[in-house]
Design a protein around this ligand. Structure first.
Ligand code: ATP
Ligand code: MG
Length: 475
């Protein structure tokens, strides 16, 4: 048996949530508990709430707690923060002691905020699960179309096991995927605390045997679904050429499904089990409807409504034009709508709204003076470093990367100018920054942008490596 119970005694497992607001999660759960007094699963819901409130669980109760997460999420249609906290809890319950699992709660909560539409996608997923014994379904689409959001929303609705590949924070390997999924699976089906063999991440053998084991512990009619985001961000270089990306099994056990997302790139995956791709880009009409619904809902925000009223074509015209300018891209809207609210486009008129996500980045790039002469070398280096570092970086670290002397105030000014493109997190009492969205990093990689910036990506990597080496050496 590859899994063995670690703690015979009743020890307490303490856990934390990556979600920005555990308090919000607790009050969301509390109100569901109060509302659902008749429900059969009420006891499980109560128990999860108690565990989240105390932030610790006895080892003996952990198996039951891990197992009830998905049941409760499916049954109660919980709000995002509550699901986020529960998914984090499950990952920690299923991880071997002393290991720090990847916590996806914060990402799930962020991507499902104000989520709208995508009915055709969820119907396609359900259809795939019903029509096949097992298989791979890959959702494809352009950057910013909302693939990660769909996956996060699917987790919010179903509580299934999930792994996100996020290159900008250094999560992109098969080993990380296997550790993350196995920990969640163990908790999801209620296996005892695991000790993963050290070679579990060197091939797909351990993952496959765990899938078989997990499958057997679930009712026959219940599909075992694993959601995997961003196959295009996986770094397969450490895997043998002949192996499937992430060591995904060519043949899946009956009842096991992978629902995955990827940009439209070739993915190294040979599957003998059923395999289907769903291209979001081929659903223009539905996408436009979804985007318009999103913009319409946002019109409850006073500044946006005021902007739309002043717009030549009236409110309906404003909604249609904004949807059209966005090219049905949610990332575009998530950037541009707050800027409209701040009044950024009022003086230009709507016709000056950028067309599509890349042009939006381009406009911001120019407005922030990145193409000015002489070139703002320090600013350029800071922004490129933020996107290339493959980990979240602090202000002081950014200040020490500059080739010319620079103080933290200057770095802060640059961070403020690029705030909407950055994700902020608190680590060990420090604020650290990483790119909010991969599409921004792609923009910086565009040949014309790199050339005009007067640097090369390799040079930036060299600077980062040099800095990290110096920092380690000095410690
Ligand atoms: N259906 C939706 N409703 C509301 N917001 C959405 C929706 N889809 C996406 N968003 C928001 O739009 C932004 C971009 O979406 P997302 O990150 O999912 O794009 P993506 O297709 O995964 O891009 P990439 O290929 O670069 O990873 C996110 O902030 C997300 O929360
Ligand atoms: Mg994505």
């Amino acid at each position: 048996m590859y899994l063995s119970p670690v703690a015979a005694d009743n020890v307490n497992i303490s856990f934390s949530s990556s979600s920005a607001d555990l308090g919000q999660a607790l009050s969301q759960l509390q109100s569901v508990v109060e509302r659902e007094s008749e429900a059969g699963e009420r006891a499980a819901l109560d128990e999860l709430l108690a565990v989240l409130s105390s932030q610790s669980v006895a080892d003996t109760a952990a198996v039951e707690v891990g197992r009830s997460v998905r049941r409760v999420v499916r049954r109660f249609d919980l709000p995002a923060e509550a699901v986020a906290a529960l998914v984090d809890l499950r990952a920690q319950v299923g991880s071997a002691p002393e290991t720090m699992p990847h916590l996806w709660g914060a990402l799930i909560a962020d991507r499902t905020r104000e989520f709208v539409g995508r009915r055709y996608v969820f119907e396609a997923i359900d259809e795939f699960l019903t029509e096949n014994q097992c298989g791979y379904l890959v959702l494809q689409g352009d950057p910013g179309m909302g693939k990660s959001a769909i996956l996060a929303e699917y987790v919010r609705r179903t509580g299934c096991v999930v792994h996100f590949n996020v290159r900008s924070v250094g999560v992109s390997s098969a080993a990380q995927f296997i550790r993350s999924v196995c920990a969640q699976l163990v908790a999801d089906v209620g296996l005892p605390h695991p000790v993963m063999p050290s070679n579990a991440v060197d091939s797909g053998a351990f993952l496959l045997s765990l899938l078989v084991d997990a499958r057997q512990r679930l009712p026959k009619e219940e599909p075992l679904v694993i959601a995997v985001d961003a196959l295009d961000e996986v770094d397969g270089s450490a895997q043998p050429d002949v192996a499937n990306l992430l060591f995904l099994p060519p043949v899946l056990p009956d009842g096991v499904f992978f629902v995955m997302t990827s940009r439209n790139v070739d993915v190294r995956l040979v599957a003998q089990s059923p395999y289907r791709e769903l291209d979001l880009m081929a659903h223009g009409t539905e996408n436009r409807e979804d985007v318009k619904a999103y913009v319409s809902a946002a019109m409850s925000r006073p500044e946006l409504a005021a902007w739309a009223r002043e717009y030549g074509g009236g409110v309906d015209g404003a909604i249609s034009d904004l949807a059209e300018r966005s090219e049905d891209n949610f990332m575009y809207l998530r950037y541009v709508m707050p800027e409209i609210e701040r009044g950024a486009y009022r003086r230009f008129g709507t016709d000056r709204l950028p067309r599509g996500l890349e042009n939006y980045y381009g406009d911001h790039w120019r407005m922030m003076g990145m193409t000015a002469r002489p070139l703002p070398r320090t600013k350029l280096l800071i922004v490129f470093t933020l996107c290339e570092a493959r980990q979240a970086v602090s202000r002081s670290l950014l200040a020490s990367i500059a080739t010319d002397p620079v103080d933290e105030l200057t770095v802060q000014e640059v961070l403020d100018e690029w705030k909407q493109f950055l994700h902020e997190e608190r680590v060990l009492g420090q604020t650290r920054y990483s790119p909010y969205h991969t599409s921004f990093r792609d923009f910086l990689h565009r040949k014309d942008i790199v050339q005009a910036a007067g640097l090369t990506i390799e040079w930036v990597h060299g600077q980062i490596a040099d800095l990290l080496w110096r920092t380690t050496f000095e410690q």
